[in-house]
Design a protein around this ligand. Structure first.
Ligand code: BES
Ligand code: MN
Ligand code: MN
Length: 460
């Protein structure tokens, strides 16, 4: 106990330097999905590797066929062994003009409520979060000279694009990645004062669809009324995906989706936020999702479909009277339960193909998918992790389902037999993937302290 107190004091004492280090990582524009930022991704990997080497980890930056992964080990023949996972890559920053300050020039701001935030792309997702773990290790080293258990660290650079190359890497280096449990810091809290352990994540299917008609853009006065307009065709196909109740109409889509057990549903009814309160930070009031579902179901236990982008024809200033030759959309599905990503993909493609009229052609670009994951409520380490979080935050940790996706978590189980403890300190209003992404300074500081307590608890 005396040890724990000293380590927590080391966290507090290092906080300014911890922030400086985080800012160093936040200054690197490691946008994985944009090939123009490939060297930035490598710089971020090198940065994380150097930071871990500085902490006494044995580190390698490993090639994957895509952006490199950082694999680091601090073993010392300890008993229990954890594998920490996070990602150094971030989402694109557009629309850039909506950022109040430049996305890769991190700064601390103070909100009207007096709460301090770290603002930058990746401040929360996932640089701020992954650094809470690394800084916890640093505090341990400063205060005790070592770590309380065996720690391997795997930081990848393709999470935000579906972790395309990581499963093959994990499969190939199974032995090196062996551990008793995976620890992940890439999820959220229940609210600003209530910590959470995430017990389920939704899966993802991501498709780009392009509809083509005429061989070139046409004068809409000369051809309008006769020529097929691919923007209309694509719009009507997208409009057909949902019915008036918000349900998805693609045949077979709900295969593998189960209703919640009655007792869980009753529990959820008690804790589900209202649509109004949940949506308020986004400037919205009313749920647009499935009717007759609790908000908490809509955002975590039900599958969904969203169009993430759509384009076609003239979008520049002024007017241009054409019938465009093609139209495209990026469409993604969140999966739950036993929904099979390959089957959902095929069902979506068949749904689209069946609606493409004469004179139109359709093609698809398929991105890597992942199934939903759920973690065991009876995991032997869950109770001690919950207690460690409660000690830090003063409120009991809740176990919740999340609507987001982390593709590799299912592969950890499949390829390594590893369960994951998903412990994160993000908040619903952190604007992850959006302009002005932030991480509360308290999330960062108490996040580091939380990991110290979790590592301490897991080493007992
Ligand atoms: N960290 C998020 C996922 C997340 C956020 C889980 C909040 C739980 C709570 C992760 O970086 C993410 O954004 N994943 C993508 C995956 C996709 C690009 C394959 C997602 O969910 O859209
Ligand atoms: Mn993330
Ligand atoms: Mn993300």
């Amino acid at each position: 106990m005396a040890d724990l107190k000293r380590i927590l004091e080391a966290v507090d004492c290092e906080l300014d330097r911890s922030l400086e280090r985080l800012f160093g990582l936040l200054r690197i524009a490691s946008i994985s999905t944009d090939p123009a930022h490939a060297t930035d991704c490598r710089r971020a990997a090198d940065w994380v590797a150097a930071d871990l080497a500085d902490l006494g980890f044995e580190v390698g930056v490993r090639e994957t066929g895509g952006h490199p992964v950082v694999l680091a080990k601090h073993l010392d023949g300890n008993r229990r062994h954890v594998l920490f996972y996070g990602h150094y890559d971030v989402q694109p920053v557009d629309p850039l003009d909506l950022w109040e300050t430049a996305p890769f020039e991190p700064r601390i701001t103070t909100g009207r409520d007096g709460i301090q935030h770290i603002v930058a792309r990746g401040a929360c997702d996932d640089k701020g979060q992954l650094m809470t773990f690394i800084e916890a290790c640093r505090a341990y080293k400063i205060a005790t000279g070592t770590l309380p258990l065996g720690v391997s660290v795997l930081i990848e650079g393709e999470e935000e694009m579906g972790s395309k190359h990581l499963p093959a890497f994990v499969g190939a280096f199974r032995d090196e990645l062996a551990a008793d449990v995976a620890l992940v810091c890439d999820t959220g809290m229940w609210n600003r004062t209530t910590p959470a352990i995430t017990m389920s994540l939704r899966g993802l299917v991501y498709e780009e669809v392009r509809v083509r008609a005429a061989s070139h853009d046409l004068h809409s006065g000369l051809f309008g009324g006769a020529a097929q307009n691919p923007v209309h065709v694509l719009s009507s196909i997208i409009a057909a995906i949902h019915d008036d109740n918000g349900r998805i109409t693609i045949p077979g889509f709900y295969d593998g989706v189960e209703e919640l057990p009655a007792d869980v549903k009753a529990e959820y009814a008690k804790i589900s936020p209202s649509a109004e309160s949940f949506l308020s930070t986004a400037g919205l009031k009313e749920s647009a999702g499935e009717r007759d579902r609790l908000l908490i179901e809509q955002i975590s236990t039900r599958p969904t479909c969203d169009v993430n982008g759509i384009w076609g024809g003239y979008t520049g200033p002024g007017t241009k009277t054409i019938i465009p030759a093609e139209a495209s959309a990026k469409v993604s599905f969140r999966l739950v339960g036993d929904q099979d990503p390959d089957k959902v993909r095929e069902a979506f493609q068949a749904f689209v193909r069946a609606r493409v009229p004469a004179d139109c052609a359709v093609d698809f670009i398929s991105h890597k998918g992942s199934p939903a994951v759920s973690l065991p409520y009876d995991h032997p380490l869950l109770t001690s992790a919950c207690r460690a979080l409660e000690d830090e935050w003063g409120n009991p940790a809740v176990r919740v389902g999340s609507g987001g996706s982390i593709p590799i978590i299912g592969d950890f189980k499949r390829l390594l037999g590893l369960d994951s403890l998903l412990i994160g300190f993000g908040l619903d209003d952190d604007r992850v993937h959006s302009p002005n992404e932030k991480y509360n300074l308290a999330s960062f500081h108490k996040g580091i302290r939380s990991w110290v307590r979790v590592l301490h608890a897991l080493s007992q």
